[in-house]
Design a protein around this ligand. Structure first.
Ligand code: ZN
Length: 301
């Protein structure tokens, strides 16, 4: 069996896939907040539970793939850029391999998402795929011919901490970002960024799902906030298209569920992309919340 683990900020999920890619078992437990040994023990408990359920039928998992909100630094071999900060500076792959008694491959969660959608999801068959996470953070992953592009610094696809392109006057210098800069793309395109666009128009806070629902029901301010968000997303994706020229871009994360984006962003990005036509397709994910564990399970293919 293929075993994939997705380490999230609130939950850790494990899933076993059979040779066809069908999920045969799935378990989740809360993430022990700020507790590094607790996270390793939780992963161990999930693996033990799934193997007890399925090993007789599918055999043991010889290797395990793990998606994390961060990545291993090629310079140090330790986790960096993780918003589950207790992982930062730890040899998480080696510690997990020792605890689980078998090889472990770690990858960034956005890379797992992109891989899952490229292997047998919304981008199946595409040669070059950009997978986007639009949620609490903004991440991205690149898959070329079915393989994750990690990069020399393990940051390939990390478009969220580059500045928002073609900024308008009221977008400079932009909100402070946790990375230490201002005006990062993430600060405009995460859930809080959409919330700020709405609050700027109405004086009232609202979360992203609420704004999308209000826009659907015809509230003008919500529609205006979402239109501004779509224009920012179009600008940011235009620079990705100029650099990578992917066949398909898949939007994951909570904001990827906003249906209007799949119409409004391609309607706007032609203004920014350096091309006469834009044939790149923008699509919703096939696997949604399951893409993290699925992509982690595919890391050993
Ligand atoms: Zn930043």
């Amino acid at each position: 069996m293929r075993l994939g683990i997705d380490i999230g900020g609130t939950k850790i999920e494990a899933a076993a896939l059979d040779a066809d890619g069908t999920i045969r078992a799935r378990r989740r437990l809360p993430t022990p907040a700020g507790d590094y040994p607790g996270i390793i023990a939780t992963v161990g408990a999930l693996v033990t539970g799934i193997e007890a359920e399925l090993a007789a039928e599918l055999g043991p998992a010889e290797a395990i793939g793990v998606g994390i909100p961060g990545m291993l630094s090629p310079a140090t071999g330790l986790v960096k850029n993780a918003n589950s900060t207790c992982l930062i500076g730890r040899p998480f792959d080696r510690d997990l391999a020792a605890a689980l008694g078998r090889p472990v491959r770690l990858a960034n969660d956005a890379n797992c998402f992109a891989l899952s959608e490229a292997v047998d999801g919304a981008a199946q068959g595409a040669g070059l795929v950009f997978g986007v996470i639009l949620g609490t953070g903004v991440g991205g992953g690149i898959v070329v011919d079915g393989r994750v592009l990690t990069g020399r610094n393990a940051i390939a696809g990390e478009w969220g901490h580059s500045p928002l392109p073609w900024p308008q006057d009221d977008e400079r210098p932009g909100a402070p970002c946790y990375c230490g800069k201002r005006g990062c793309t993430e600060t405009y395109l995460n859930g809080a960024g959409l919330g700020r666009a709405y609050e700027a128009l109405t004086g009232r806070p609202a979360d992203a799902a609420d704004i999308a629902a209000r826009a659907e029901s015809g509230e003008a301010a919500a529609q205006a906030a979402l239109a501004r968000y779509a224009d920012r997303l179009a600008r940011a994706l235009a620079t990705v298209i100029n650099l990578l020229d992917p066949e398909i871009i898949v939007l994951g994360g909570g904001l990827g569920q906003i249906a209007a984006l799949y119409r409004d962003v391609p309607a706007r990005w032609g203004e920014y992309v350096f091309s006469d036509r834009v044939a790149t397709r923008l699509v919703p994910p096939r696997w949604g919340d399951s893409s993290g564990v699925r992509g982690a399970a595919w890391l050993w293919s």
